[in-house]
Design a protein around this ligand. Structure first.
Ligand code: ATP
Ligand code: MG
Length: 260
């Protein structure tokens, strides 16, 4: 049987800041419905690769294709509208707004980035606002945070903020989710729940995941494909067992500071 066409094709993308080649010619594919982990030591270029794929940084070279269409250098909100949505390494919330309104705001664009813009935009019609709140409640139910809908977002724990962020990205009805360290700052118990939730959402919503994660055991457990970056370059790609035994990967990790 022929392989299904990749949902994401990253081809030779690169960007440098000053003299630093943050991402230096990175190529990999993501299969639809799969879980792909992007790993590598601190500073390897993982977040920058996410920024390039989602339009937050324009590449110096290379191509990004999503569902077969060239999206290289397009605006983040346009890319999100096509169904490619990302979360941020540091979760931003409006602490003095309710959880529900934090989620409802995501209806007006890509979550995170356009927050302040969304806040100062002229108020849309009451009907649109009510609709956004209704959808926000649905998303909060999906992630198990419905009982917190009326609380201020500032009262949420680190793990609950992750759930809030997930509810926000679901407002965009994504096909491909890029998650930047979704488990960071989450205690192990909630981490397990978060993993179970992500896998359930994948099945229910037909999602594909590309995620950055430093917990290698978790990566090996849930990923079908692992992409390993070091110093801006992809040094190994393949199933978990392949990269685990790859001497280049072992070198990259042992040659860097040991992760906390
Ligand atoms: N906007 C920027 N301006 C200048 N340098 C940058 C910028 N963004 C990233 N860099 C540099 O690019 C390199 C890659 O950074 P990046 O944040 O992509 O790494 P990372 O793999 O996500 O690391 P971590 O695991 O610590 O999150 C680093 O040397 C970083 O300092
Ligand atoms: Mg990063």
């Amino acid at each position: 049987m022929p392989e299904p066409a990749p949902i994401l094709e990253v081809e030779d993308i690169a960007v440098s800041f000053g003299g630093i080649h943050a991402v230096a010619g990175t190529t990999f594919d993501v299969a639809p419905g799969s879980v792909t982990a992007l790993i590598g030591p601190n500073g390897a270029g993982k977040t920058t690769a996410f920024n390039l794929i989602t339009g937050f940084v324009k590449p110096d070279q290379g191509t990004v294709r999503f569902k077969g269409a060239d999206i290289t250098g397009k605006r983040p909100d346009r890319i999100a509208a096509r169904g490619l949505v990302r979360t941020f390494q540091l979760t931003k919330v409006f602490s003095k707004m309710t959880v529900r309104d934090n989620v409802a705001l995501a209806a007006s664009g890509n979550p995170g980035e356009n927050f302040s813009r969304a806040l100062f935009q002229p108020r849309s019609s009451r009907r649109a606002e009510a609709d956004a709140r209704r959808r926000a409640d649905q998303m909060l139910t999906e992630v198990g945070l419905a009982r917190m809908a009326d609380e201020y977002a500032g009262t949420l724990s680190g793990g609950q903020r992750k759930l809030l962020e997930l509810a926000r990205v679901l407002m965009n009805d994504p096909d491909l989710l890029l998650l930047d360290e979704p488990m960071a700052g989450v205690n192990p118990t909630l981490g397990r729940e978060l993993v179970a939730l992500l896998l359930r959402l994948r099945d229910e919503r037909n999602l594909t995941y590309l995620f950055v994660e430093h917990n290698i055991d978790l990566v090996m457990e849930i990923s079908e494909q692992v992409v390993v970056m070091a110093l801006g370059e992809v040094i190994s790609v393949g199933p978990p067992d392949h990269v685990r035994g790859d001497p280049k990967v072992i070198d990259a990790y042992l040659g860097s500071e040991v992760e906390a």
